[in-house]
Design a protein around this ligand. Structure first.
Ligand code: BGC
Length: 748
């Protein structure tokens, strides 16, 4: 089998294609030091061969010399060393549940969380933690002890194929939620990664591209997200990415691995490669890679015999090899995986209870984008409701790739792919959670029907005959392929426009990996962004549509008004890749000669990712980052901003509407006169009954207020006046105050 590891796989031929976490940090350091001392003692008793054994892990579907009884068909396997008490390692993907891509383990289901982007929409670390804890417990029940979770790459491009696996475009939000998720996973005494380190921002050419960005910009954006995630979550391992960063492969990048991660952040755990991301032995080992993953996917097993030879020749020092292994053991010891070996038999997880966790996350992450004239929640008077399209009769869409969960209830719709980078390991898959059935149950007195939307005439007639039309629009996204553009595929824009023309009460429910364009926006009454809502998505959507749940999600990513607004209108290198794919398809015998060469991607926006780019360029998006409506209204009163050492913003939130709900007030800051766009420095989620008032205080994350100064080196807060916005979203400037901060510097 497999696998879109290469940038081009066609016709069977694969072408070559310190401050925020300070409170935890002290305690964390003590446990890491103790774990490291224990790890060092174990390493001291190992032979050279035993050390080498722990430096490279198998990819079970392709591994040789092992019986299927020894292996679980999943992402990774590494034998333990019984004489020293080192446990066997079993790795599984990942952030959305225990994955089972293309059903490689027939019948092995798991609870599927919503997409990570949907979890990010909750702006609630508790939701992220609960999801992590749940999937970690299922991973353990299924005998895995390393979960390849914690995807925290910033979503720099709205068309990114893996945006659904990440936590949005803001480093503070993404970092905090990833950290909470990882901590949840590891609460089961299993190890989690944080990934993909770093700037693996697009899928097109992901195995060959070279991300170009200046150091200060990198530290203030993607690296800050990782830094915060590591502080909060203390992941046992960091997975380095496929791509190059400023000329060097991420998995042999001295700057990223040795300087930033291990020196500046004092990271104690181990660096594992992404699957098929290793390109050398000596350079990679000396640049900070500790373990080669999925060894069969690399050109050779670089950290097997070649590593042994390099150590014997002194090209990689004995000390460095010991450090590699000690880091691995430190991560396993500190996370608890070392001392809590997985059971010998699979245990069935409490799926019914776990489904509730998935549903809560979906309900907290649905974003009500538009609700003209309070069209939603569905009026009690609506008697005939027609649902249209999106396979809403049977299920909800999920994203594709290594994160794909075969959910409890199975896949009512599953379509293999004929082409594309993901064809070997992804299928368009729906989870069995039917919005139609859930709505029928929730509205027993209404007649709720579904039509597939294929015939425009029949669909328009059905919409006209109903009191309310709810159209389910879908956009499938997957690892290994970016979206070619931001339009809804398969003529869905025309379908929605035609329905809205026939039925004034039209609601669009979107199941998308990320932002889409909405040329029909003015014509529909309401728009609900339901992302990929996971295994209980149908129920969550029904609860929001009927008002049982008051929507409270906020966009963790900007929705562009048109494709030209974001820094890159389409995936860099896509034209070239498509040309090669076409040439290879036309000439299958020579397919392997069509090679996508390395190409640069210049991240011209630097640290001004997402909403900051829009502010810098004076662009008005379709929906800004942070946007989301409720069925109630919230007012903010009596804001007080203080400065000095820290910026704080204190204010009252009042639920002025008629139903209970949750609000997400946001704090944005910038130094007055700097010309820099405002940055999210704090946020919180507040749940209030009608009429209830709560005073809230937000403290700005200092590294968001600061700039990174490479000459220091470190973070520098310039003294002076700062503007502080109390806002509903990234574009809201209705409540801006100022405060003065003292100059400060912080270590990198
Ligand atoms: C992905 C990783 C994943 C790994 C193992 C890679 O293709 O980039 O996110 O953890 O495969 O399945």
């Amino acid at each position: 089998m497999r696998r879109g590891w290469s940038a081009l796989a066609i016709g069977g031929a694969t072408a070559a294609l310190a401050i925020a976490g300070a409170a935890n940090a002290g305690q964390g350091k003590t446990t890491s030091n103790a774990a490291r001392a224990r790890a060092d003692a174990v390493v001291a008793r190992m032979s050279l061969d035993e050390k080498i054994l722990l430096a490279h892990a198998l990819f079970p579907p392709m591994a040789k010399g092992k019986t299927q009884k020894e292996l679980i068909s999943a992402a990774g396997h590494l034998d333990g060393i019984p004489r020293l008490g080192v446990p066997t390692m079993r790795e599984s993907d990942a952030s959305l549940g225990v994955a089972n891509q293309v059903e490689q383990r027939p019948g092995d289901v798991a609870t599927a969380l919503p997409s990570s982007l949907m979890t990010a929409s909750s702006f609630d670390p508790e939701i992220a933690r609960a999801g992590g804890a749940m999937i970690g417990s299922e991973a353990r029940a299924k005998r895995f002890n390393v979960l390849l979770a914690g995807g925290v790459n910033l979503t720099r491009d709205p068309w990114g194929g893996r945006n659904f696996e990440y936590l949005g475009e803001d480093p503070l939000l993404a970092g905090e939620l990833a950290g909470a998720h990882i901590a949840g996973v590891q609460s089961n005494r299993i190890a989690s990664t944080v990934k993909h380190f770093a700037i693996n921002s697009q899928e097109t050419g992901r195995m060959v591209s070279d991300a170009r960005i200046g150091e200060a910009d990198l530290r203030m954006s993607d690296l800050l997200a990782f830094e915060i995630a590591i502080e909060k979550g203390r992941p046992a391992s960091v997975m380095c990415a496929y791509n190059k960063v400023n000329g060097d492969w991420a998995c042999e990048n001295d700057f990223l691995l040795n300087k930033v991660l291990k020196r500046d952040w004092s990271y104690p755990g181990w660096v594992m490669s992404d699957w098929g991301a290793v390109h050398s032995t000596v350079k990679a080992a000396n640049a900070g890679l500790d373990q080669e993953s999925g060894q069969e996917l690399d050109k050779e097993i670089y950290f097997g015999a070649p590593l042994k030879a390099a150590v014997e020749k002194g090209q990689v020092s004995q000390k460095r090899l010991d450090d590699m292994i000690a880091r691995y053991l430190t991560g396993m010891i500190e996370s608890g995986a070392y001392d809590a070996p997985v059971a010998s038999k699979t245990v069935t997880p409490p799926y019914a209870r776990n489904a509730e966790v998935a549903q809560r996350a979906a309900e907290a992450g649905i974003v009500l984008l538009k609700n003209e004239g309070d069209l939603l929640p569905i009026a009690k008077t609506a008697k005939r409701i027609v649902l249209i399209g999106g396979n809403a009769d049977v299920g909800v869409l999920s994203g594709g790739g290594s994160s794909q969960v075969r959910s409890v209830g199975g896949a009512p719709v599953e379509q293999p792919l004929a082409w594309g980078g993901s064809a070997s390991f992804a299928r368009v898959t729906y989870h069995a959670s039917s919005p139609l059935q859930a709505l029928k149950k929730a509205l027993p007195n209404a007649q709720v029907t579904w039509i597939d939307g294929r015939s425009l005439t029949d669909t328009v007639a059905a919409a006209k005959a109903a009191d309310l039309a709810i159209v389910f629009a879908t956009q499938w996204a997957t690892e290994a392929d970016d979206l070619p553009d931001l339009r809804l595929p398969n003529h869905q824009d025309a379908l929605i426009a035609a329905i809205a023309a026939a039925q004034p009460k039209t609601v669009a429910v979107l199941e998308t990996g990320g932002p889409v364009l909405m040329p029909w926006l003015d014509k529909v009454g309401a728009v609900v962004e339901a992302w990929y809502p996971g295994q209980r998505g149908g129920e969550a959507i029904a609860n929001v549509l009927t008002g049982k749940v008051n929507p409270s999600g906020r966009l963790p990513i900007t929705f562009p008004a048109d494709a030209s607004q974001p820094p890159r209108p389409r995936p860099v290198g896509l034209d070239r890749l498509s040309g090669l794919e076409a040439a290879a398809a036309a000439n299958p015998a020579a397919a392997s000669t069509y090679v996508l060469e390395s190409f640069p991607i210049d991240y011209v926006e630097g640290a001004d990712v997402g909403y900051r780019w829009y502010e810098k360029k004076g662009l008005k998006p379709l929906f800004p980052f942070g946007h989301g409506l409720n069925y109630t209204r919230f007012a903010y009163r009596n804001p007080v901003v203080t400065g000095g050492d820290r910026l704080t913003l204190s204010f009252e939130v009042v639920n002025t509407g008629r139903v209970a709900g949750s609000d997400v007030p946001q704090m944005y800051v910038t130094r007055d006169g700097s010309g820099a766009p405002m940055r999210l420095a704090g946020y919180t989620r507040v749940t209030l009954k009608p009429g209830e008032v709560r005073r809230v205080t937000l403290t700005a994350e200092p590294r968001v207020v600061a700039d990174y100064d490479t000459s220091l080196p470190g973070w520098r807060i310039k003294g002076g006046t700062y503007r502080v916005a109390l806002a509903r979203d990234a574009a809201d400037r209705t409540m801006v105050s100022t405060a003065t901060l003292k100059p400060q510097t912080m270590r990198p």
